[in-house]
Structure formats: C-alpha cells, structure tokens
Design a protein around this ligand. Structure first.
Ligand SMILES: *Cc1c(COP(=O)(O)O)cnc(C)c1O
Length: 432
C-alpha cells in the first residue's frame, strides 16, 4: 500500500517514509492511496471477537504488504493490549470506552501502535530517530509510554510549565531512559512553535534525524479505524450504528470515516465539539474559518484550526452535499457539558469526563438527523484525568486507579528550557 498526500503534489510514498516524515513534502497529510472494501463475510466474522482479533483482521487488510502476519500479531499483542468495552447508558445508547490503555486516554491506541510500527519497520543500523512532540497534556503521556524503551528512538516531550496536571506530567516526566521531558517556560503554542522550528532548521536536520508523533501522523490514525469495527462487532444486532465523536483535531472522526469507506455499516457520524466549532460551522455554512482556540473544560478539544479537516475534505472531495450525508455537527457549551455530567450521573450512576460528555450530548442531534437505532458516543478519557470538573458536578471523590497512581510517587525527571530554539537544539545535539 502506498500513501498519498492530501495536497497531491508529492509522489505516493511507502509506509515507513510516511510514518517518519509525519507531514508530506508538499505540506499535505498522508492517507492510504486506496481503501479496499472488506467483504461482508469478514465483517460478520468480526462479531463478538476481542479487540485484538478485530485489529488483526483490519491491520492484515491494510498493512499486509508491509508486515508479515506473525509480526502484525506481535505488534498488536504489544501495542493494543487492553480492552475497549461498550457500556449501555440507555436503551440504544452506548459509550465506547476507549480509555483503558496505560495513560487512561484514547490517545494510547494511536501512540502505542505508531511506536511499535516504527520499531518493526526500522532497520537495526538506522540512524537514531528523535521523536519530537509538543503536548498540552494527554498526548505527551501516551507517546512517552508508547515509545519508552524502543531501541534507537529518543523521545522528546515539550510541555508548557505549570499547565499540565500532576497526573499528566507523571506519565511522561518520570520515565527517564529514552524519554526526555522538556519543561518549556511558555504556553502550549510556544511548545508547538519550538517543534515546528526544529523541523524547519536545515542545519539541525543534517545532524539529527527528527520524527514526529503528533496527531497528524498516519501511524496514529490507522489503529483508530480498528475500534470502530470492534464497536460494531459488540452490537448484538446487524443494525447500522450512529457514532458521536467528541472532536478537536478530528483524527478520531477521520478514522471513523475511513472505517465506513472500508465497508463498516454506519447510520451516520456526529462531529461533536465544544464551542471551538470550526467544523460544525463549516458543515452548516460551507466556509472554513480557522481561528484562535477558546479555553473550555474539555480542553483536549480546544482546537480552532483542526489539522485533520484537510483529510476529511480530501475523502469527500470537499463536496458538502456528500459530507452532510454522512456527518452532522453538534456544538456544546461548558454549561451544557457540566449539566450532562450531572444528569447522567444522577440517572445512571455512571461518570463521564467532559470530553465524553460532549460525545454523549451529540447523540440526540445525531438521532434527529439520522434516525433511531443503536447510537454510540466515543469516550476519550477516564474521568480521573479531568478530576476537578467531574468531582464538582457529581460530588463524588474519584480514586486514582492503581495502574497510574504509582507514577505520581516516582522521581520527576524533567529539564527546564526557555521558549527558544537554541536551547532545544543544544539539548538534541548533546544527545547524539
Ligand atoms: C485528543 C483528545 C480528543 C480529540 O481527539 P481528535 O482526534 O483530535 O479529534 C478528545 N478527547 C480527549 C480526551 C483527547 O485527549
């Protein structure tokens, strides 16, 4: 399988190049060149199978040229070694719990798969690869844990000083080894700018091989396709589900659209956002109006210029009529989100994090638009990761799962740097 750029001015490339470059030379994002349809017999065979089995079938279908099936088995065994259960909230409304990975974020799925894939595809004697990532919280932990101990790969996480929670910081700032946490005196935009300028620095790139693991990497997108099939496989009926996807950079929704393209039966998708509503607005008006992000309680979705929109436009050739056939937008304020956490807790005893709550809120507009039937909202984080707002609305005291609490007690290993490229460059050159 070759990978093509959404801009269309770069030649199709192989998987390893697409994974290490992250972004195509023409500035576009990579997508598979073709979307081979899965036979309905294969779809039916996936009913009731565990997540790892479903992942094996779809990854064989998409990556079978690049990896032998025994390597794919090992890759999935190492990267996707957790469950993604479906939990019923009301008749026909289900939450897909994507947060059972090691950092309790759905980003574990993409980050772990990418890390393991690179590990398999790279040659022993390749030049060491430096993965550079800016994080506002969740990405850093998932990437750090995914790449921890991978041979020949150094992972550098840049995070804004004082702006990530202690739990988040413990997930990338206590590992040591090949994981380097750089505490930047600045905000998240400064971290992103630093990463960007490192990639643009020709001198530096001659001396160190840089790679990215941010959400635009195709290696993070591919495994997200698997869980849409697994969600369908867990339904007891053959009915077409609706998916409400709480979205920020829209990687999650893009993976769903690709799953549909591969043959997954889907009634429709909801692009559910907080007030950062660039995509819902586009679906309504036909105009893309990127803007600065506005802070909300679902802060992992505070994105004003979503990068994966270019992939969505590519998949639908920017044809609004076709887009509206598959996707409806739905925008929710913090007030609505808080009320949702309260009412769901009162009526079901279940606790939603603010992002999953936005997904939950998207179900109703989705049903109005696409009709009744099984409806799923994607649950992107464990409530403990957004403890404050959740405890405030439910009056519950959440306990930190043991799997993550030990890191809070581990020794912090972070290096402070200023928000300028010279310090980052020096750090990288010292590690080569
Ligand atoms: C990253 C993130 C999102 C947004 O996912 P996209 O694929 O960027 O749309 C939603 N919820 C949580 C908790 C996240 O960490």
């Amino acid at each position: 399988m070759k990978y093509v750029s959404t801009v269309g001015h770069s030649p199709p490339t192989d998987l390893l190049t697409a994974l290490t470059e992250g972004i195509a030379p023409d500035g576009g994002l990579y997508l598979p060149e073709v979307f081979p349809t899965l036979e309905s017999t294969v779809l039916n065979r996936m009913k009731g199978l565990p997540f790892a089995e479903v992942s094996r079938i779809i990854s064989q279908h998409l990556l079978g040229d690049e990896l032998q099936s025994k390597n794919l088995d090992e890759l999935i065994h190492k990267a996707l070694n957790f469950t993604i259960p479906l939990s019923e909230y009301q008749k026909d409304i289900f939450g897909l719990e994507l947060f059972h990975g090691p950092t309790l974020s759905f980003k574990d799925v993409g980050a772990r798969f990418l890390a393991q894939l690179l590990d398999f595809l790279r040659e022993e004697d390749d030049q060491p690869l430096f993965i550079l990532v800016a994080t506002s919280g969740d990405t850093g932990g998932a990437v750090a844990q995914g790449f921890f101990d991978k041979k020949g790969i150094q992972t550098v996480i840049l995070f804004p000083s004082g702006r990530v929670s202690p739990l988040q910081e413990s997930q990338f700032g206590t590992l040591g080894g090949n994981v380097h946490a750089l505490e930047v005196s600045g905000n998240f935009d400064d971290c992103q700018k630093l990463v960007k300028s490192a990639f643009l620095d020709h001198e530096l790139n001659k001396r160190v091989k840089l790679g990215s693991a941010n959400s635009i990497n195709i290696g993070r997108l591919l495994p997200q396709i698997f869980y849409y099939f697994h969600a369908y496989g867990q339904l007891l009926t053959q009915e077409e589900p609706l998916f409400s996807v709480p979205s920020g950079n829209f990687g999650n929704l893009t993976a769903g659209l690709i799953a549909k393209r591969l043959g997954l039966p889907v009634r429709g998708f909801v692009a559910a956002t907080n007030i950062n509503d660039t995509v819902p607005e586009y679906l309504k008006t036909g105009t893309v109006r990127p803007r600065a992000s506005i802070p909300t309680i679902s802060n992992a979705m505070d994105v004003g210029d979503p990068s994966n929109l270019s992939r969505i436009e590519y998949l639908y050739q920017s044809n609004l009529t076709k887009l509206r056939c598959d996707i409806v937008g739905s925008v929710h304020s913090d007030t609505e989100t808080r009320a949702c956490i309260r009412t769901v807790y009162r009526s079901t005893g279940k606790i939603l994090d603010p992002h999953s709550a936005v997904g939950y809120l998207g179900v109703e507009p989705g049903v109005s638009r696409f009709g009744h039937g099984p409806s799923m909202f994607l649950m992107t984080a464990h409530p403990i990761k957004f403890r404050e707002s959740v405890e405030q609305e439910t009056n519950c005291t959440l306990t930190i799962p043991e799997s993550v609490s030990s890191a809070l007690l581990s020794k912090r290993q972070v290096v402070p740097i200023g928000p300028n490229l010279s310090e980052l460059r020096e750090f990288l050159l010292n590690k080569t």
